[in-house]
Design a protein around this ligand. Structure first.
Ligand code: HAM
Length: 438
């Protein structure tokens, strides 16, 4: 029986893999203008990092982590009943924030008084969720994290930058909505959480089992519940923005004013709590309005002013976001936007017969050495089907080489856009391609 890719994983075939490369390049271009620099952290981290950073009671940590043990530790556990030490318990990263903050703390990237560290990453994340359209067990994210500043300008510029990036990728602005909320801080949130818990106790009969358990551990998670009964109850629950302390309210007001000033449209959504426990103050999410079903969040993030301390660092405020590559591809499809063609073919060299192949091979090589993307047929196709292949590759030009042309040391160079043809010396093809690109 053939072996397929594991459930919830997908191969990025060449077109999509090329788009993924282009996507990362576009992210580096846009985020680079805002001062973000790349960081690469391991795909595996100590499980403890995610437990402390993301929160033990979150779905991501309690149900969805892929935990790994090295062969020897696994053997000792299975055969000798000896559980591994905390340091040897590893998990595949379910997201990039905890690892990035761990790296910032470990390498002291934000020493006292330093400018904020602005970092970006791109790569696979792993969550053992129930697979469905737009929800995978291995998926790719592009994310940014800014550590060392709590000013609302950091929040606003990150949100502006995210929306600019979607524009650059080609997701139509009209098909997205940006949701915004404030989660308060450790001063105002506990009292609010108690209020929501009390409200949920009053409405216990109308809530699902999961939310009743949530009421104990983290009642705010009930705002995320998809069950219709819970959604109705939670719609009338106390709203966090009515209970923010003065500092959090001022911060939130300033973020909104900066977004207004930049002409960024948003909807305030007091039920937006996000699924990770580290958030404080600003949270945001971008959803696609049509054609994506329930998995319609293409990106999200927020502020996490306590996370660095949670993972053993000094107090260092932070803010970031991540966006899902595969969901952005689905959003482009839903909006009827074609994935930008990433493959380049500057020249296709077509052979009229087999006798000219050695010279055609040399010409292709010569053009590639000069930096042009160049291709030829390797299967003895007819001239007609060589042109079809050139078309499929999106070749900008086709050089036709036949015995007559070869005798004169020339090729017929056809512009595939205008269909104009010209005879060009074999040694002048690269110069001609350079002119065409200019
Ligand atoms: P998140 O909302 O869990 O946030 O994930 C960010 C984005 O990753 C989602 O909006 C979605 O597009 C994509 N995504 C998440 N799970 C899946 C999945 N199972 N399959 C496909 N795509 C998925 C975070 O990960 C935070 N670390 C964001 C952040 C950075 N907050 C602060 N800094």
């Amino acid at each position: 029986m053939a072996i397929n890719a594991p459930e919830g994983t997908r191969d990025l075939l060449p077109d999509e893999a090329l788009f993924w490369s282009r996507f990362k390049q576009m992210a580096a271009e846009v985020f680079g203008c805002y001062g973000y620099l790349p960081i690469e952290t391991p795909l595996i981290e100590q499980t403890e990092l995610f437990v402390r950073g993301i929160g033990e009671a979150t779905d991501v940590v309690s149900k969805e982590m892929f935990t790994a043990l090295s062969g020897e530790n696994l053997r000792r556990w299975v055969e000798e009943g000896q559980p591994p030490k905390a340091k040897s318990r590893l998990s595949l990263r379910p997201e990039g924030t905890a690892g990035t903050v761990r790296a910032v703390v470990q390498h002291d990237l934000v020493p006292q008084g330093a400018a904020p560290a602005k970092l970006m990453y791109a790569g696979p994340m792993f969550r053992a969720e129930r697979p469905q359209k737009g929800r995978q067990r291995q998926f790719n994210q592009v994310g940014v994290e800014c550590l060392g500043a709590e000013e609302p300008t950091i929040d606003a510029e990150a949100i502006i930058m995210l929306m600019r990036f979607y524009e650059k990728v080609g997701i139509p602005t009209r098909s997205m909505r940006l949701l915004l909320n404030s989660m308060g801080c450790e001063r105002c949130r506990p009292a609010y959480r108690d209020l929501v818990r009390a409200y949920m106790d009053e409405h216990a009969d109308d809530l699902c089992e999961t939310c009743l358990t949530r009421a104990e551990l983290n009642p705010l998670r009930a705002f995320d519940c998809k069950s219709p009964g819970c959604a109705t109850v939670m719609a009338d629950a106390p709203k966090i923005t009515d209970y923010l302390c003065d500092e959090c309210r001022e911060h939130y007001t300033a973020v909104k004013a900066l977004l207004d000033g930049a002409g960024i449209g948003y909807e305030e959504d007091q039920a937006l709590v996000r699924g990770l426990d580290y958030y404080t103050r600003t949270v945001f999410e971008v959803q696609v309005t049509d054609g994506m079903g329930s998995q319609n969040a293409i990106g999200g993030g927020g502020r996490y002013d306590k996370l660095a301390e949670e993972v053993g660092g000094r107090p260092t405020p932070g803010l970031g976001f991540a966006l899902g590559f595969e969901r952005c591809v689905l959003a482009l499809e839903a909006a009827g936007v074609e994935m930008p063609r990433a493959q380049r073919c500057d020249l296709f060299v077509a052979c009229v017969d087999d006798a000219v192949r050695p010279r055609a091979f040399a010409l292709v090589q010569q053009c590639r050495d000069a930096g042009y993307a160049c291709e030829m047929d390797h299967q003895h196709r007819s001239l007609k089907s060589q042109f079809k292949l050139a078309d499929k590759l999106g070749a900008a030009r086709v050089a036709v080489l036949g015995p007559d042309e070869l005798a004169r040391g020339q090729v017929t160079l056809r512009d595939m856009g205008t269909h104009a043809e010209a005879l060009v010396g074999l040694d002048e093809v690269t110069a001609e391609l350079g002119q065409a690109l200019l």
